[in-house]
Design a binder for this molecule. Structure first.
Ligand code: PLP
Length: 468
């Protein structure tokens, strides 16, 4: 028996306040921390007890162990000098909403398990559809991640092509299904193809063209024709806008015309760049997306609608639900059919009330507040690229696409570029990552953190010069 006081709901206000103060303090002092965690592999694990506690422990002790044991192993994704990967940025209103979501802890799987969850999701996603100026034909659903959205799209391609027999009959005995994309797409596309049972060999890589490394529409047309002639089953095309490595962006309009000609489903992965499409001046980058069958973007990658949550707009919810809906008796909503049950639009049954985060976010900043951030980030990224271009120690490898560009140290080999990345990240003042462009290692830099200022971005230049 323990004589410790086990926490109850009566203690929530106290611990909630503690957590809120801890969070505010964390953000107030975040600039004092190295961006990338500086621990060695195994260091955190070695400091944790090997066996779980048998008796209740004091919350105060657990709380102080966060600072002592956990924080050294945290890479600070909300740090204003986080220029690595794409951001996973939070904003104060979305953090507050997430705490409220955790309190409610509802499952928004069918309408009746929380009508507000469903109806807020429908409304907030329509706000975002309007913000992106997508046609009214698009209907949105929130998945946990872009990987899930793309898997849902690939499964829909598969089922449409197999005339809705794949889920029932499986794939044995079928002709090979073929899906088309460039080498610039994110690995979540490969994984969706594996999981859907289509197989990596049937992900057909189409050559790219131009500075944006867009899929070549006539090469796509040729590949589809050649597969048809070989008796294979073309099923769909996956376009990328704002690819992960250097921002590659397809000519979606040109690809949509080819896809339509062959009756193929077109999915657009704009996980990062889609955020920027709330600004009319950047929409040329995804022109033609209005012709696609679906498009995904992650508000957590740029506009501060903190992870998790990925917005998937589909032209035909009927095709999506025909692919994914499964209705056991215990999920039947007697008398309430005709409402949306979002679990029929996505892969997991359980669904958090993620729409609340987006509702807080959009209301607390307004679209104009969010646009201002995107515009600043793009401008600061271009300014920094300009300074590096003018500096004989650096060369630009790929010009900024929105707020992402890549560069190299002049006259150094690939190993030197990697050493430079490590030196920057070990130093801790900024955090960047590397990529591969045309078989050369390049340093990748993107601006996207919610609290980043122009001074932060310009200070990154000083750090690079100092450590180059
Ligand atoms: N698509 C692109 C272009 C990405 O950059 C990423 C991740 O960085 C993803 C998809 C995968 O996103 P998620 O982690 O939400 O599955």
């Amino acid at each position: 028996m323990t004589d410790r006081h086990e926490p109850t709901w009566d203690d929530l206000a106290h611990w909630g306040r503690r957590a809120a103060e801890w969070g505010a303090d964390y953000h107030r002092t975040i600039r004092e921390r190295p961006v990338r965690s500086q621990v060695s592999p195994g260091e955190i694990a070695a400091s944790l007890p090997e066996a779980p506690p048998e008796e209740a422990e004091d919350m105060e002790t657990i709380f102080s162990d966060v600072d002592r044991l956990v924080m050294p192993g945290i890479t600070h994704w909300q740090h204003p000098n986080f220029f690595a990967y794409f951001c996973s940025n939070a904003s104060p209103p979305s953090v507050v909403a997430d705490y409220m979501i955790a309190n409610l802890a509802v499952q928004c799987m069918i309408w009746q398990t929380s009508p507000a969850g469903t109806e807020l999701e429908t409304r907030v996603l329509d706000w975002l559809r309007q913000a992106l100026e997508l046609p009214t034909a698009f209907h949105g659903v929130i998945h946990g991640s872009a990987s899930e959205a793309t898997l849902a799209a690939v499964l829909t391609m598969r089922e449409r092509t197999l005339e809705w027999q794949g889920n029932q009959a499986g794939l044995p005995g079928q002709k090979p299904l073929r899906i088309y994309a460039t080498a610039e797409v994110h690995t979540s596309i490969d994984r969706a193809i594996w999981v859907a049972g289509i197989g990596q060999d049937n992900l057909v890589r189409i050559p790219t063209m131009g500075q944006l490394r867009s899929m070549n529409p006539s090469a796509l047309d040729d590949a589809i024709k050649s597969d048809l002639a070989a008796g294979q089953l073309p099923a769909g095309v996956i376009s990328c806008v704002g690819g992960t490595s250097m921002g590659a962006s397809d000519d979606v309009g040109g690809i949509a015309r080819v896809a339509r000609k062959h009756g193929l489903y077109l999915h657009v992965d704009a996980a990062w760049a889609g955020n920027a499409m709330i600004c009319p001046e950047f929409r040329h980058l995804w022109a033609g997306t209005e012709e696609a069958d679906s498009v995904v973007f992650n508000p957590y990658k740029w506009i501060g609608g903190q992870f998790d949550g990925s917005v998937h707009f589909v032209r035909s919810p009927e095709d999506l639900t025909r692919t994914l809906a499964i209705k056991p008796v215990y999920l039947k909503t007697h008398g309430a059919d005709g409402f949306i049950n979002y679990s029929e639009w996505s892969i997991p049954l359980g669904r958090r009330f993620r729409a609340l985060k987006l509702w807080f976010l959009i209301r607390a900043y307004g679209l104009e507040g969010l646009r201002r951030r995107i515009r600043n980030h793009v401008a600061w990224s271009e300014e920094l690229a300009g300074r590096l271009r003018d500096d004989s120690r650096f060369e630009i490898v790929t010009e900024p696409i929105l707020s992402l560009f890549t560069f190299r140290l002049v006259g150094k080999d690939d190993a030197d570029q990697l050493n430079f990345v490590n030196r920057l990240n070990d130093d801790g003042r900024i955090y960047v990552t590397q990529t591969q462009v045309d078989d050369r290692t390049a340093i990748r830099f993107q601006v996207g953190q919610f609290g980043t200022t122009r001074e932060d971005v310009m200070a990154a230049y000083d750090v690079m010069v100092e450590l180059a």
